[in-house]
Write a protein of this length. Structure first.
Length: 147
């Protein structure tokens, strides 16, 4: 899972974008009326319209690792995916967004509570889900981990 700096004008329907608080949103609809573009986005709980300029900065969350893993595990059911270790800090919106994307894509867990949106709470939640006997949505291990 990685985040990619981009421009709003390049964002397509279906993309996952991060906001400044580390939450991520799925783009449901895009309406172009240059110089602005309106997007209907959802966090799974609520939906809202946002408007941005074509060249405004945005952080995209890449889900390619998750999609590729599902394909590989369809062919080799016992395969485990190795993903890079998640950084522990320093706290930043992009890092919280990365945890949100990882928890959703790899563990099937959508973080919606604001109190669970601190970096420390996301690290603890990830550790708890990793140690759980319930299988992850996409079985995986992190680099440097024996599990």
């Amino acid at each position: 899972m990685m985040d990619v700096a981009s421009r709003w004008g390049h964002v397509d329907v279906g993309a996952l974008v991060a906001d400044g608080n580390g939450h991520y949103w799925r783009v449901l609809e895009k309406r172009i009326k240059l110089p602005a573009i309106a997007y209907l986005i959802t966090d799974g709980q609520k939906s809202l319209w946002v408007q941005h300029g074509y060249d405004d900065d945005v952080t995209l969350i890449s889900e390619e690792t998750g999609r590729a893993a599902v394909i590989v595990q369809g062919v080799m059911p016992d395969a485990k995916v190795v993903v890079e270790a998640l950084p522990k800090g320093p706290d930043a919106a992009w890092l919280r967004a990365r945890y949100h994307a990882h928890l959703s894509t790899m563990h099937g867990y959508l973080v919606t509570e604001t109190k669970s949106n601190t970096l420390q709470s996301l690290i603890e939640l990830h550790a708890m889900l990793t140690a759980s006997t319930e299988p992850a949505r996409i079985p995986h291990i992190h680099e440097g981990s024996a599990k």
